[in-house]
Design a protein around this ligand. Structure first.
Ligand SMILES: [Zn+2]
Length: 247
């Protein structure tokens, strides 16, 4: 009995150590830069994620993990913006639930995202989901959040900001700017400065609040991911040759 207990303790110790060593591999760069201000780099809830991928185009699972930081996302997406920050925090919170061991398997995820540049980029880069593999569904009815599903288990969550977290004045100013541009009208420099300032304030706030204070995460039992509902079989013709009860 003692021997079994000892083996169990050694196994738990080994597992604990291997997971923590595993998660610290492939360190991300989180240093401030001209496109990555120090307030973002130093924010309390800005933590990199550890991901697992395959080795090559035809490769097996890698034997090591790597970190992905908000700076990595900003670099590839093109800028640090509030949409990217919201996406980062939202997706990170769901990945924590889907991968309790702290290592995100980027071969095993599919996502529903709205059609926004920051949202699609963040979800694709963080999860490995892609439109061309039918693992990234673009659906604007999802709004400012995501549905993320672990393919192998079917476990899925919907994540959104709590009502009131996104400032109403910012939403109104963003709509005003988009509307003006869609009508071919110019936008004042002051309005662009103001909306950028609001975005920065929101990013600072979101990166410094505990995720549970700003997010609503709902489990979606038996969630059925649909990639493409644009094509299907026509339903109104399936009975066209069936018998009638009378003339
Ligand atoms: Zn952006």
């Amino acid at each position: 009995m003692k021997r079994v207990l000892l083996i169990l303790m050694i196994s738990v110790f080994w597992l604990f150590n291997s997971v923590s060593v595993f998660a610290a591999e492939g360190k991300a760069d989180n240093s401030p830069d001209w496109f990555y201000p120090s307030w973002a780099a130093e924010a309390k809830y800005n933590q990199p994620i550890a991901v697992l991928d395959t080795d090559t185009g035809l490769g097996r699972y890698s034997l090591h993990t790597k970190e992905i930081s908000l700076k990595d996302l900003a670099r590839i997406h093109g800028h640090l913006c509030d949409g990217l920050v919201i996406s980062y925090i939202e997706i990170n919170a769901v990945l924590d639930k889907l991968f309790p061991n702290g290592v995100v398997d980027r071969t095993d995820l599919r996502v529903v995202s709205k059609n926004g540049p920051c949202w699609v980029d963040a979800s694709s880069m963080m999860t490995g989901a892609r439109i061309n593999f039918q693992t990234l569904r673009i659906d604007s009815t999802i709004g400012d959040g995501f549905i993320i599903q672990r393919i192998s288990t079917g476990e899925a969550y919907d994540v959104h900001l709590k009502p009131g977290v996104f400032p109403k004045e910012q939403a109104q100013l963003e709509s005003k700017i988009r509307k003006l541009r869609s009508q071919g009208q110019s936008v004042s420099a002051e309005d662009i400065d103001k909306v950028e300032q609001m975005g920065e304030e929101l990013s600072r706030k979101i990166l410094n609040l505990p995720p549970e204070e700003i997010l609503v995460i709902k489990a979606l039992p038996d969630y059925k991911f649909v990639f493409n509902d644009m094509f299907g079989n026509r339903g109104d013709i399936i009975n066209k040759n069936m018998l009638r009860t009378s003339n």
